[in-house]
Write a protein of this length. Structure first.
Length: 169
């Protein structure tokens, strides 16, 4: 883990900077938890819902792409649901963790660029992500992403603890 927790007392130049700090922290937590597990545990589910840590990693990569690039910016994305197969998260056995981590980190870089290029009050582009509803502001999208990460990092803590891997606070 290399990204420190974004303490509320640490000054930030803007709300955007504070939100990016939280996203970067959560991303780092996800990557370190998954990397800290054995190869077997990375691809094994310990839960009735049957997701694996590498599936969660890939899911979060695509969540960011769906909300920020495909949704907010209205960019063309070949397969925004490429993290799913038959309604479940999916990672092919041939996909190495190193490639999944590279994709995760590259998506984080693209996501941060989208965030920094817009005001929090900017409204997303109309498109299929919104399922017929009016597009959300960037602020609402980012609050959704922060809660998604917080929830999933908690899930991953439990899985890592059951597997004897690294956990958080």
């Amino acid at each position: 883990m290399s990204v420190p927790f974004p303490e509320p007392t640490e000054p930030a130049s803007s709300s955007t900077e504070a939100i990016i700090r939280y996203l970067d922290y959560f991303r780092d937590q996800v990557a370190s938890r998954v990397e800290g597990l054995s190869e077997t545990e990375q691809r094994t589910s310990r839960l009735p819902s049957a997701w694996t840590p590498v599936q969660l990693l890939k899911h979060l990569t695509h969540v960011e792409q769906r909300w920020l690039e495909w949704g907010f910016e209205g960019a063309a994305v070949a397969d925004p649901w490429a993290d799913s197969r038959d309604g479940r998260w999916f990672v092919d056995e041939s996909e190495p963790l190193t490639d999944l981590l590279v994709a995760f980190r590259e998506q984080a870089t693209r996501s941060n660029a989208v965030i920094e290029a817009h005001a929090l009050s900017d409204v997303g582009q109309p498109g299929p992500r919104w399922e017929g509803q009016p597009p959300a502001t960037l602020e609402r999208v980012l609050l959704h992403l922060v809660q998604e990460y917080a929830r999933h990092v908690g899930h991953l803590d439990i899985v890592a603890e059951l597997a004897g891997g690294p956990t958080g606070e």
